[in-house]
Design a protein around this ligand. Structure first.
Ligand code: DLL
Length: 433
């Protein structure tokens, strides 16, 4: 179902006209009220009135995570604090969190986008949404929550944690839609089985999973484990939270970016040059309706590509492909670039292993080493040692063949890799410790 039929199916020309008008407004406003943007635009020699076409956006400078840090906590807010009704922050791996603000209207916009996202997964007023994204400074919990209420569905604000209780509630309340990270979805299925509850017998029909990279194979695992349709949802606090883009249940192939609110570009992360449709690079987003925290050409660090082909669902908004990883998550192992999600894809091809893995990167002398820890199922683990060693060799060979990197594979006992309630920690880079 399409929540906002008017805006989600706008003909391209009309959509672009709206984008241009909103872009001009945003640029004028940030130039007038945010000293950071005024200075950056002045340095780049661009004035708001130079933005005459959508293409002129490319003349504006990028904004980066470092800019957010330099202006910590509220330096990039574009409205006085008395107009800010909500603050979120993302923890980040190093140092101070990234802080973002919302006006009352921003919260409305966000709720609308999340209502659209839930509808794209087939949710309606009649659904019961089990929302296991964390509530708090993280945008996942409250983002889904407001969208669910706007849609008129019944939302269970379960947040993360206490997994056994979650299973009981999901079963007893008859949840039909599940929202959480893909890794937590698998964990829920696992704990249900431990409790003697068949996860496939729950009433779940669809799930919106995101906040971390996951592969097509992982989708199959989740769909199989929970007997639902697993859809990808993408977003980041800096832009709004979840609800920047979402897959539709009709095509299940790529995430529609809500283009009446965001303008997406793909750039070469090295040179900053714009790349054409289809080419893989870093996603850059400009917000065109945000009031409290507008972002001009924000470098997301997320690696993806754009697909302008029309979609069978009827939405006219462009699709982005699954995010394969962040440019700063990319591992460089003896000169070879590897994304954790690529290793995941290789692992998921192997029947005996479970979708729980961790990558340990270290250095021996001057050489980088990559160790892949992956769980095997109960069945395989009870096999003789020789068989397990053969399996390790087979996975090592596949990784070498597909990714061109040598890795040491270690099969570990079922349930030994830490489960996460939110974003899974897939990589431990000991070189950085
Ligand atoms: O993770 C917002 C969110 C919540 C998205 C719930 C989807 C569902 P942050 O904590 O700021 O916000 O982290 C944003 O997470 O730049 C990506 O690197 C990654 N990410 C988010 N969604 C996906 C996805 C939320 N579907 C960062 N696939 C982003 C891959 C994702 N990576």
């Amino acid at each position: 179902m399409i929540y906002n039929i008017e805006f989600e199916t706008l003909p391209r020309e009309a959509l672009e006209a709206i984008q241009l008008r909103r872009l001009k407004n945003t640029v004028e406003r940030v130039y007038a009220v945010v000293p950071f943007y005024r200075k950056k635009f002045d340095e780049a020699g661009v004035k708001p009135e130079d933005i005459k076409t959508l293409d002129d956006l490319k003349r504006l400078p990028f904004t980066t995570k470092q800019d957010l840090r330099d202006n910590y906590p509220f330096g990039l807010f574009a409205v006085p604090m008395e107009n800010v009704v909500r603050i979120h922050a993302s923890s980040g791996t190093t140092g101070k969190p990234t802080v973002v603000g919302y006006t009352a209207r921003d919260i409305q916009t966000w709720a609308e986008l999340m209502a659209r996202a839930l509808s794209a997964a087939g949710a309606t007023r009649g659904d019961i949404i089990h929302n296991a994204y964390g509530y708090g400074l993280f945008t996942g919990g409250l983002g889904v929550h407001y969208g669910a209420e706007k849609l008129g569905a019944s939302v269970i604000p379960i947040s993360g944690g206490n997994t056994k209780r979650q299973i009981m509630i999901m079963r007893d309340f008859g949840a039909t839609i599940l929202t959480c990270t893909p890794s937590y979805a698998l964990h829920l299925a696992e704990v249900a089985r431990e409790m003697g509850v068949d996860p496939r017998s729950l009433k779940l029909k669809a799930g919106l999973f995101g906040a971390e990279p996951w592969s097509e194979k992982m989708r199959q695992e989740i769909e199989e484990a929970l007997d639902l349709v697993a859809l990808d949802i993408y977003g980041l606090s800096e832009i709004i939270g979840p609800g920047v883009s979402v897959e539709c249940i009709e095509a299940k192939k790529g995430l529609h970016i809500f283009e009446d609110h965001f303008i997406a570009e793909i750039i070469d992360p090295e040179t900053g040059e714009n790349l054409p449709y289809g080419e893989v690079g870093e996603l850059v987003i400009t917000t065109i309706t945000k009031e409290a925290f507008p972002m001009i050409r924000y470098r997301t660090r997320d690696i993806t590509s754009l697909n302008p082909e029309p979609c069978i669902c009827g939405r006219t908004h462009i699709r982005m492909n699954r995010v394969t990883g962040r440019s700063d998550d990319m591992l460089i192992i003896r000169g070879v670039n590897v994304f954790p999600s690529q290793i995941e894809s290789v692992l998921m091809e192997i029947e005996e292993v479970e979708p729980h893995y961790q990558l340990i990167v270290d250095r021996e002398g001057s050489l980088d080493t990559l160790t892949v820890l992956v769980e095997v199922g109960e069945q395989a683990f009870s096999d003789e040692v020789r068989k397990l060693q053969e399996l390790e060799k087979k996975i090592e060979k596949n990784i070498k063949e597909y990714l061109g990197v040598s890795a040491k594979v270690k099969l570990v006992e079922p349930k030994t890799i830490a489960r996460s309630e939110g974003k899974a920690q897939r990589v431990i880079d000991k070189r950085k410790l």
